[in-house]
Ligand binder design. Structure first.
Ligand code: HAM
Length: 412
């Protein structure tokens, strides 16, 4: 029968329910393992931060800053639920003096983030990201390692139909010169631009390149590209990066207009998308942010990282989940025997068996049916005596103590 819950979840949020939670756990384990294999260490930061951390560092005019969940708390402090992790990780890196203790500092995270965007398929108001941030190396080798890690993660999750879009947006100086060049170009085409892009022309012209509006596409296609403004060192570095990707057999597409929607980037920027043309097809995005640590009050420290949407990766993943079968189903329908049941249960769990105990006290016949439904390997019937049965082979013996039970289980 249809029961309407008295309470509903907040718009744009989702429950992750069993058995999907098992899939999530496996995916998270894969990502934890890969991070540790690459010698990255896990960082966890609070869900709330000062609103200024994001406005001043992700950028006032970026969607991420504009779409935050914010409030003024009792002490009139302006608080935000974190919309992304780079700024909080940089804050923690500086606040905890990691630049002193760990000059080449490599961190990773799996966490929930909040953006008050219009919900649609693949876009939630609370979502999860896996991400990494590497501090202290300006070498192009660090860029190669970060992209290799992103590619390794997607491969490990059996996500194959992807495209790596890559660009180099140069130094902040190059970016300023590029911004001027773009403004000039877009001003010549103002009338043909969408309303949103016309507004951005004055606030943040580079963001027009991110526009998904149909009328902007042709104008964007013919817009000047930043590559022409790069210094020879930046061009050489970019070529070294690409040749390493070739050697690693990581396929990429040069995307001269890929600038990303957050203000802190310079140098290498990249995004990995699915091949489908659905609107929320970005699985992962990142790049260099060599000036952010200093901007936030730390010493000048080069850095690079990326973050990948967990929900989007899980949808695209062909990872096969392990079966969550019960080892021993404990069948007992008399309360007077339950102490014995719990003692056996305690020993089984201590010996790494997965158990199921029916506290509803169904009939033995129904418990047997339930055991089959739960794919249990064995049923242990406990009454005056104890009988263990292998469900597949039907082999069945009486056991008098836990050691005998264990011997039976181990020989099966
Ligand atoms: P971002 O591009 O804003 O970058 O987000 C990274 C990924 O998070 C996206 O590619 C997407 O998969 C996922 N994502 C973002 N917003 C949503 C949403 N509303 N619903 C579902 N998934 C979403 C950053 O956050 C940067 N901090 C990445 C970075 C790390 N750059 C350097 N280090």
């Amino acid at each position: 029968c249809f029961v309407k819950s008295k309470y509903q979840k907040i718009k744009g949020t989702f429950d992750i329910l069993p058995p999907d939670t098992l899939l999530w756990k496996e995916v998270e384990n894969i990502l934890h393992n890969i991070s540790q294999q690459f010698s990255y260490e896990e960082i966890r930061t609070p869900s709330v931060e000062s609103i200024h951390l994001f406005q001043q560092n992700v950028g006032y005019e970026t969607d991420v800053s504009k779409e935050m969940f914010t409030w003024k708390d009792q002490s009139k402090q302006q608080i935000a639920l974190k919309p992304e992790m780079t700024a909080p990780v940089v804050r923690a890196y500086i606040e905890n003096g990691f630049f002193r203790s760990n000059p080449l500092c490599r961190l990773y995270y799996i966490d929930s983030f909040f953006r008050r965007e219009k919900p649609q398929k693949g876009r939630q108001r609370q979502f999860n990201q896996f991400g990494i941030e590497a501090f202290g190396s300006a070498s192009i080798e660090q860029d190669v390692e970060v992209i290799l890690m992103a590619s390794t993660c997607l491969k490990a999750l059996s996500i194959s139909e992807t495209i790596l879009h890559i660009n180099n947006i140069g130094s902040p100086d190059t970016r300023t010169r590029y911004e001027q060049l773009l403004t000039k170009y877009f001003l010549q085409n103002t009338k043909a631009l969408s309303n949103l892009s016309q507004k951005r022309l004055h606030s943040n012209p580079i963001r027009i390149l991110d526009s998904k509006e149909k009328e902007d596409q042709l104008i964007i296609k013919n817009a000047p590209i930043i590559k022409e403004l790069l210094t020879s060192t930046e061009k050489t570095d970019f070529n070294i990066l690409l040749s390493n990707l070739d050697a690693l057999n990581i396929k990429y597409e040069e995307s001269p207009h890929l600038v990303r929607g957050l203000d802190y980037y310079n140098g290498t920027t990249f995004e990995i998308t699915t091949k489908s043309d659905k609107s929320q097809n970005a699985l992962c995005g990142g790049g260099r942010y060599d000036f952010l640590v200093e901007q936030m009050g730390g010493p000048s420290t080069p850095a690079i990282g990326f973050a990948a949407g967990m929900e989007r990766m899980i949808i695209e993943s062909n990872h096969e989940m392990q079966k969550n079968n019960v080892d021993v189903y404990i069948s007992c329908n008399e309360l007077k025997n339950s102490t014995k049941c719990f003692s056996i249960m305690q020993h089984l769990v201590e010996n790494d068996y997965k158990v199921f105990f029916d506290t509803n006290k169904k009939s033995v016949k129904n418990q047997m049916k339930d055991a089959i439904k739960r794919n249990a390997s064995f049923v242990l019937v406990i009454d005056k005596n104890m009988t263990i049965k292998n469900i597949k082979s039907n082999e069945k013996i009486a056991v008098s103590d836990f050691q005998q039970l264990l011997n039976f289980l181990r020989t099966q």
